[in-house]
Ligand binder design. Structure first.
Ligand SMILES: Nc1ncnc2c1ncn2[C@@H]1O[C@H](COP(=O)(O)OP(=O)(O)OP(=O)(O)O)[C@@H](O)[C@H]1O
Ligand SMILES: [Mg+2]
Length: 309
């Protein structure tokens, strides 16, 4: 097992009567891409704010790379890049100027800062827009700028708090690719989201948080194995599939819905065999969908609720 980078022990935090975090214990290893998943109000942002030292917890300890996080410590802040949930940019400044403001907060020597800014702008394809005011940027461009603003001091750890909210699919992909490359270069990443599919795609290990408590923790694929239900195959009804539904019954339990059949396999079989079999019968099918177990289903199983309202 690789070395621990972030160690969170028994962290609790209340706001007046609301318990935002309740004895959270969590370890994130060096160069891990860790996903923190949970619905609105679960406590994700609160945990991020404690990690950067914006607030002190009511109880518990956090260490980053071996040292205690204390409120407003610049030493700790330098180890962390924080991409906040709400955009933190000055609309009236250009992209370049915004980055200079961020760089100054970390006392980066001017020459190094200018090199960093140029390199990072290229990395997220914003270099050509660097002299435009950020109020003219698209949502995705602002997000990308916000991400690189957190990287200028070359932190070991990157905290991303829902960095793809309000971003179009193409920009979203560009952000994913960028984060994956940062992780490969050695950065430890904590990524919060309530999009399960993002977590499944990006994160090798995941913690699910609900009402301030960690309710599941582990490798993404191991978590999915806990699920008691299997894959389903949906087969759209047409005269040919209706006539041949006996074939499906060889593979599992068949439930008939309005416009499709739902096949729940009784045991694992090769899809290639299944397709060969139905093609041998000359069955005409327009489409077949596979439903794999998802983290969404895991959340539902653990809480009885859906992750997104
Ligand atoms: N400054 C604050 N004052 C009072 N209550 C707060 C404050 N910040 C957060 N809370 C409460 O603490 C709980 C956790 O909030 P938090 O912002 O950490 O959740 P989250 O998981 O980030 O949610 P979201 O997905 O909506 O961003 C919520 O009940 C929230 O209302
Ligand atoms: Mg939040």
């Amino acid at each position: 097992m690789s070395a621990s980078m972030i160690n969170i022990q028994q962290i609790s935090k209340k706001y007046a009567t609301i318990t935002a975090l309740d004895a959270v214990t969590l370890e994130v290893h060096q160069q891990e891409f860790f996903g923190l998943l949970g619905p609105n109000g679960a406590g994700k942002t609160t945990l991020m704010n404690l990690l950067v030292g914006y607030h002190n917890p009511d109880s518990g300890t956090i260490t980053i790379d071996g040292d205690n996080v204390t409120q407003d410590s610049l030493e700790i802040r330098k180890r962390i890049g924080f991409v906040p949930q709400s955009l933190a940019l000055y609309d009236e400044l250009t992209g370049q100027e915004n980055l200079e403001v961020f760089g100054k907060m970390f006392d980066i020597p001017r020459k190094m800062l200018m090199e960093q800014i140029q390199e990072q702008l290229h990395a997220v394809e914003l270099y050509d827009r660097r002299k435009d005011k950020t109020k003219t940027y698209s949502g995705g461009m602002k997000r990308r700028l916000n991400i690189i603003a957190s990287l200028l001091h070359d932190p070991k750890v990157l905290l991303c708090d829902e960095p793809t909210v309000g971003v179009d699919p193409q920009s979203r992909n560009a952000i994913f690719e960028f984060l994956i490359s940062l992780n490969k270069q050695g950065k430890t990443i904590i990524y919060t989201t309530h999009y399960m599919e993002e977590a499944e795609r990006l994160c090798t290990r995941i913690g699910i948080i609900d009402h301030g408590k960690i309710i599941a923790l582990g490798a993404t694929d191991k978590l999915l194995e806990q699920l008691t239900y299997e894959e389903t195959i949906a087969i759209i009804k047409n005269p040919s599939t209706e006539e041949n539904k006996k074939i499906f019954e060889k593979y599992g339990a068949l439930v008939e819905e309005d416009d499709h059949f739902e096949l729940k396999p009784v045991k694992r079989f090769l899809l290639s065999e299944f397709f060969a079999d139905i093609e041998k019968q000359g069955m005409q099918y327009s489409w077949i969908e596979l439903h794999r177990p998802t983290l969404e289903a895991l959340f539902l199983q653990l809480t009885g609720r859906r992750l997104r309202d």
